[in-house]
Structures are given as structure tokens and as C-alpha cells.
Design a protein around this ligand. Sequence first.
Ligand SMILES: Nc1ncnc2c1ncn2[C@@H]1O[C@H](COP(=O)(O)OP(=O)(O)OP(=O)(O)O)[C@@H](O)[C@H]1O
Length: 325
Amino acid sequence: MITIDHVSRSYGDVRALDDVSIQVGRGEIFGVVGQSGAGKSTLLRLVNAIERPDSGSVVVDDVELSALQGRELRAARHRIGMVFQHFNLVGNRTAAQNVEFALEAVGRTRGDRKREARDMLDLVGLAHRADAYPSELSGGQRQRVGIARALASKPDVLLSDEATSALDPETTRQILALVQRLSADLGLTVLLITHEMEVVKQICDGAALLESGRVVEQGPLLDLVNTPGSRLAHDLFPLGEAPDLPGFGILDLTFAGGEAERPTIALLARDLGLDVSILGATIETIGGQQAGRTRLAIPGGGEATAQAVTFLAERGVRAEAVSSR
Ligand SMILES: Nc1ncnc2c1ncn2[C@@H]1O[C@H](COP(=O)(O)OP(=O)(O)OP(=O)(O)O)[C@@H](O)[C@H]1O
């Protein structure tokens, strides 16, 4: 649905994007993460056809955006909805009128606009506040209006620019659940940029990590979790600094999919006769499957730790020795 193919974009001497290729399938929710200045907003502007790449191509729904001009370009933009961190609502217009603006842009009649705007607000659970002004709405409600507006022209693609960064954790969860439901119900493809790993964990099917304009990792979330040394996996499931425990080896285990449900650690302790301690664990449901990381202290140091790594590998659990003495 979205194919970003070998795209580069520079501003003067700054190479904001450097040979970036990302594919997002229809109905998929894909997250792009990276530190400030990594190139996330630039990427979104290219997918939104606000800017063009210096080289490479951006194809959305089989249409190459960089080849379009004038009316065709405007029509293609209406196939793409956008939500923003600070909602970007018009302050002296009601929630309904904000949504009607988007419908006016695609040429709906006045009567249709009113009806469709109410329908859209209903879809995001805000029909009862249709006549409220943005200043009378909470942050979460404003973002619901922003989503209703973005989806009013019935786009195939929703782009989200840090849409939950200004919201508290509970409101963030509710807005993400709404986006996930809309994506499933409407077959909407979602590309979101965020610096919040919680967002990626809660709703993304896949993710890419951008660094200085380059993609350093990308893939389906469960594959990333299973990739040795994956930085995204470490960021998704942080265990913090490894403690210094003399006489113990420290092992970080990564579980993804079915292994999380098996009593692997109990087997390790029983079969190898090790008094294993669990120092930390983080387990979540990703794409309907359990995934996470667990940090163990293995008594006996190097040899016992190596034995444990082999034991776990034989059972499909990846273990990395963090430190051993
Ligand atoms: N219009 C512009 N003119 C000049 N430089 C720009 C422009 N837009 C982006 N850049 C530069 O390109 C690089 C990538 O910027 P971009 O805004 O895409 O990063 P980002 O990952 O979105 O950062 P943030 O999370 O802070 O928004 C930065 O070095 C930035 O200074």
C-alpha cells in the first residue's frame, strides 16, 4: 500500500533521508521511530506529498506521488489522512465544523457535509460533543476530532505525526485502541511516527528505526524481537543496566511467540540443577502473541552460563550473556 523505495532527501548539506526503503502492506499499522532529527517528519512529508524526494520514489495505493502535479496531486492527497501532535483544529469552529472543513475540500454538498461530519464524530465516539469548540474538549477528545477530520474524505491511508505525544498514558491507550479498531474496520493502512515505544508495542505490526536519515532496522515486530542484538527489541523491552553480581552470570532471554507460554525457566532450573534467580522481566502481547525479555542470574559463572545458553537455544529461546564473572 505504501512503498518508499530508495528515497533520499537533503536540505542543503543535511541529508535528512538517505536511501530509505520501507514497505507497509494494506491494513497494516507501521511505526517509524528514531531520535529527534532522525528524519521521521521528513519521511512523513514525502508520503503526504507535501515534499518530493531528491531521488527514489514514494508509491501510495499504486500511485507514484512524485510523478503527480496539480489536480491529480490534490486528489491523491485526499486519499491520505493526517493526524498531528497538537491536533491542529480551528479554534473558532465546533468539532462538527472542523470535520466539515475536510469534506468541503473534497467537494461535498452542504447537506452531505453536515450528515457525514456527524457520522464521522459518531465513529470516533464523539457525536455528543459535535457542537463543542476545541477549547471545551479534553486533549483526547480533540484528537478524536482530529481523527474524524483525517478520515472524513475516506482515505486509504492514515499518517500520524506523534499523535499521542501530548496525551497522558491512559488517553494514549484509548486513542491507540481507536486507531487500531478503525484500521481493522475500515482496512486502513497506518504509518505513524513516534518516539514512544509504548505506541509501537500497543498497536504496530511492524516498525523501522531511523538514525541520521537511514533505516538501521525494520521488520515485523515479532521478527525484530527474535533478531539477536536488535536495538528495537531492547528499546521495546528495556531491562536496564545489568547488575554486577560476583559469582553469577547474567543472561537476558528473549521470548517471542509460543515459547513465552512454556515453563522454560523452571526446566532450566530443574534439568541443570541451577538456583536461577529472575532479576527482571517484561512481557507483553504483540500481535496477539506473547513476547518479552527476562533477565536471569545464573550461579557458578562462565561455564554454567554457557551451559544455560545451550540449554535454552535447544528449546528455541535466545539468551545473551550480559556479563559473567
Ligand atoms: N525544511 C528544512 N530545512 C532545513 N533542514 C531541515 C528541514 N527539515 C528537516 N531538516 C533537517 O533534516 C533532519 C531531519 O529532520 P526531521 O524533522 O525529519 O527529523 P525528526 O526525526 O522528525 O525530528 P523530530 O523528532 O525532532 O521532529 C534534521 O537535521 C533537520 O534539521
